[in-house]
Design a protein around this ligand. Structure first.
Ligand code: UD1
Ligand code: F6R
Length: 363
């Protein structure tokens, strides 16, 4: 039932304040005496010791699920101190890339049935790695065949383009990072700040969803374009890739997510006064680098749409000639959850993109 919405995708985007709340329910603990704030992931509590001892954490997934893992990678590296590798399931299989007994492999999948991810799971099991699942579907093949895992509890996702599952996956992986890092005293204040940020997240997402009309106007402006670039870095590299993936899939427009640090190594050649470019430049450790990227794009007369933290319009766009979209401030590692909406919101709501199925269970 789509209720008041025209499409499931739109409904699922607007459901996120609730789906994120359900994802966190019973898992974030505020209160208690010595350990005031902590995370409890029932499905992992008996495996955390092994995970902490692993030599490497390898995230494995496809499409949006891969992007969600990419968004969570920096916080996992920061809080666990364990190297985190990223693998697109099909590429790992094509290369027969090395997976060791000392690895923790994490399989991220909304459906829990994606054939490539499932085959990569079989491969990791054969190689003796600990296999952890992050899935939305209880009883799915990935949930059944992993050693342990976390259900994201985002509720059924019907729109082919994944939306609420993406944000819930990131939240689960942020909670995974908090749980792994739970025994480190030096990062306690940081962890508590992130937990506070998670508690505030549903209301911040609600705030961002109010930009619907503004995003609709922007979508109208871009509808006749051939192409759209999305620049991000750090926590928002994944936002750039995921935003571009959604534009391709749902608006059927060419779009590319670009790591801003790579700009000078090729993409800059594309910049002119016609091509629209979205730059994600929210407040985090990469902010000043993004400011300089904006200046360089501006010097080449780039048509810029800048997404920044509320109140930062003047510092991201000194010339005043960029279109600005502002999001509320949250803890840096949670910023992708807000910036993401701006790349997807309204856009073009289609539940059945041309040539695509909800889950690819065969070759
Ligand atoms: C579980 C219950 C939940 C209940 C809660 C109360 C289920 C599915 N969940 O949630 O209804 O409210 O206890 O404490 O019954 N798993 C995998 N691979 C995956 C995902 C999960 O092996 O990809 C395993 C987990 O290791 C765990 C089980 O499935 O053993 C349930 O996982 P999850 O639903 O995340 O656990 P809880 O949040 O504790
Ligand atoms: C894009 C999208 C796909 C899926 C991918 C993996 O909007 O939905 O890229 O993310 O097919 O699917 P799951 O997560 O079910 O393994």
């Amino acid at each position: 039932n789509k209720g008041k919405y025209e499409h499931y995708m739109q409904k699922e985007i607007h459901e996120q304040p609730e789906s994120l709340t359900t994802t966190m329910r019973g898992r974030l603990i505020r209160g208690g005496s010595c350990k005031s704030k902590s995370v409890l992931l029932g499905g992992l509590k008996d495996h955390l010791k092994i995970i902490r001892r692993s030599r490497r954490i390898v995230f494995i997934g496809c499409g949006t699920s891969y992007n969600a893992a990419l968004a969570a990678r920096p916080i996992l590296e920061e809080l666990s101190g364990i190297p985190v590798a990223m693998e697109i399931a099909s590429d790992l299989l094509d290369r027969q890339g090395p997976i060791y007994r000392e690895d923790t492999t994490v399989f991220v999948s909304q459906s829990g049935e994606t054939a490539d991810t499932l085959r990569a799971l079989e491969y990791a099991l054969e190689n003796g790695a600990l296999c952890v699942g992050i899935t939305n579907t209880v009883g799915s093949a990935i949930a059944r065949n992993t050693h342990c895992g976390v259900h994201i509890n985002a509720g059924c996702e019907i729109g082919v383009a994944s939306t609420k599952a993406y944000t819930s996956q990131i939240v689960v992986m942020a909670m995974l990072a908090l749980a792994i890092g739970d025994d480190t005293i030096s990062s306690q204040a940081r962890r508590e700040a992130i937990i506070d940020g998670l508690f505030d997240l549903p209301s911040k997402v609600k705030e961002v969803l109010k930009l619907d009309q503004e995003m609709n106007d922007l979508a109208k402006l871009l509808i006749a374009e051939q192409s759209l670039l999305v620049f991000g870095r750090g926590y928002n590299y994944a936002t750039a890739l995921e935003g571009a993936l959604k534009v391709k899939e749902v608006a059927l427009m060419h779009s590319e997510g670009i790591l801003a640090g790579e700009m000078k190594h090729g993409p800059l050649a594309l910049v002119d006064e016609n091509l629209p470019i979205v730059v994600v430049a929210t407040r985090d450790a990469c902010f000043s680098k993004q400011q300089s990227v904006i200046q360089q794009l501006h010097a080449r007369k780039g048509r810029l749409i800048v997404m920044c933290t509320k109140g930062d319009a003047a510092s991201v766009c000194v010339s005043g000639s960029c279109r600005i979209i502002e999001v509320p401030q949250v803890e840096d590692c949670l910023q992708p959850l807000l910036a993401y909406h701006l790349t997807v919101l309204r856009g073009h709501n289609v539940d059945q993109p041309r040539n695509l199925a909800k889950s690819y269970t065969s070759k």
